[in-house]
Design a protein around this ligand. Structure first.
Ligand code: HEM
Length: 382
């Protein structure tokens, strides 16, 4: 018997975490209303992520570097691109990110509610990313609007809208790249300029490849960091003992571990897709070749079989099993950047305030499937 998601259940419009919580104890694998096989348990998600020969990432007809690539092609592009995201490459940006966070937090109104997702997470992610890539600050509002429309299109499930939003983003990136090319400037030395000089397999990246890389970096940086900041602020506002502990001053490594554990408990980066290259049996379910599969990180990160009490904060015990940044060949190359940005925004928020509390008048609103985390977290900062 195959484990089917019951026909009368659809994730559409629901809080994805509550939804998978009901299903996971009953089913390791469910079929969603798009015909995709969703892996809900930790063991199965890890199994598929590590079997990248049978679970291919070539899920789209669009160029997706390196996300949509497999095997040696993927290895070559990661080898050329990962150097942008090492601790050494990112160290020079630390103080810029700190300044971005401090200025933004100083500008937040006091005495009225602030939305931690749109006013803090998205704004910080956009400004920090532009500082990293060397993009003009006047792109900020276009990028913020794009993040909002991208979320709306994703939520709608309307593939034509999602395609249009992707094209909108390509236009935005080209508005950065084209003037650089026209001026034939090769003396600029920001990350975008370095990317334009990057070679893979002995040749320069094409324009389409550069756009694809920037789209995937931006997808990780803007969308994910903004959602993660919403989850972190919500957690700290709700758990005053953890907030007080962090206010007492903890080493960076401890703060990073606590951030990773909060994101495990409430992982807003919900899932990634795969397609089977051959018939595969997983979790007792026989899938044909060409089956569309989803690795649900949010659900796996709360699997009772691995994390006895999924809501208990235990960074040391859970670190090795934490799947927030994935596992295997496609594990997130942006982890160091994301960790740095989130550490800085939390440190600056706590340094500039004596209290961050949920607004009792405006309960936080969950994002709905397929987006994870929170749509809105109204907090009072003082
Ligand atoms: C807190 C924020 C982030 C989270 C939770 C996150 C999570 C993940 C996860 C789970 C994967 C695995 C995808 C898979 O197996 O198919 C991934 C891949 C990826 N992430 Fe992140 N990410 C974050 C931030 C970033 C940032 C800041 C960047 C870059 C600037 C980035 C760039 C990428 C790219 C390019 C991939 C694809 C890697 C590949 O296919 O080899 N991410 N991310």
């Amino acid at each position: 018997m195959t484990d089917h998601m019951p026909d009368d259940l659809s994730a559409a419009g629901r809080d994805i975490r509550a939804f998978t919580e009901e299903l996971r104890p009953l089913h390791g694998v469910v079929r969603n209303d798009h015909g995709e096989w969703v892996l809900l348990r930790h063991e199965l998600v890890v199994q598929a992520a590590l079997s990248d020969d049978r679970f291919s990432s070539a899920v789209s007809s669009h160029l997706q570097i390196p996300n949509g690539m497999d095997s040696t092609e993927h290895t070559a592009y990661r080898a050329a691109l990962d150097c942008f995201l090492t601790p050494e490459a990112l160290a020079p940006f630390r103080e810029r990110f700190r300044q971005v966070a401090a200025d933004l937090i100083a500008s937040l109104p006091r005495g009225v509610a602030v939305d931690a997702v749109s006013q803090l997470g998205t704004r910080f992610a956009v400004r920090a990313q532009s500082a990293w890539l060397g993009w003009p600050t006047d792109l900020e509002d276009r990028l913020v609007d794009w993040v909002a429309e991208n979320h709306a299109a994703t939520r709608s499930g309307d593939s034509a809208w999602t395609r249009r939003v992707a094209e909108l983003f390509d236009d935005l990136i080209l508005s950065v790249l084209n003037p650089r090319r026209e001026k034939r400037e090769d003396d600029a030395d920001d990350v975008t300029a370095q990317l334009m000089r990057t070679k893979v397999n002995g040749r320069l990246l094409t324009e389409a490849e550069i756009v694809s890389v920037l789209r995937n970096w931006t997808g990780g940086d803007l969308g994910s960091v903004a959602q993660c900041v919403g989850v972190l602020v919500h957690y700290l506002a709700k758990h005053s003992t953890v907030q007080d502990h962090l206010r007492s001053g903890v080493p960076d490594a401890e703060l990073d571990a606590i951030i990773n554990e909060i994101l495990r408990i409430d992982d807003p980066f919900v899932s990634n897709r795969r397609v089977t290259t051959c018939p595969v049996t997983i979790g007792g379910v026989a899938l044909p070749a060409g089956a569309r599969v989803k690795l649900n990180w949010t659900s796996a990160n709360r699997d009772e079989a691995v994390f006895c009490e999924p809501d208990a904060m235990d960074p040391e015990r859970n670190a090795d099993q934490n799947l927030v940044y994935g596992i295997g060949r496609h594990a997130c190359p942006g982890r160091t950047l994301a960790t740095l940005e989130m550490r800085i925004v939390v440190q600056e928020l706590l340094a500039a305030t004596s209290s961050v509390a949920l607004d009792p008048q405006q309960p936080a609103e969950r994002a709905t499937s397929p987006i994870g985390g929170w749509a809105k977290v109204a907090v009072l900062v003082s």
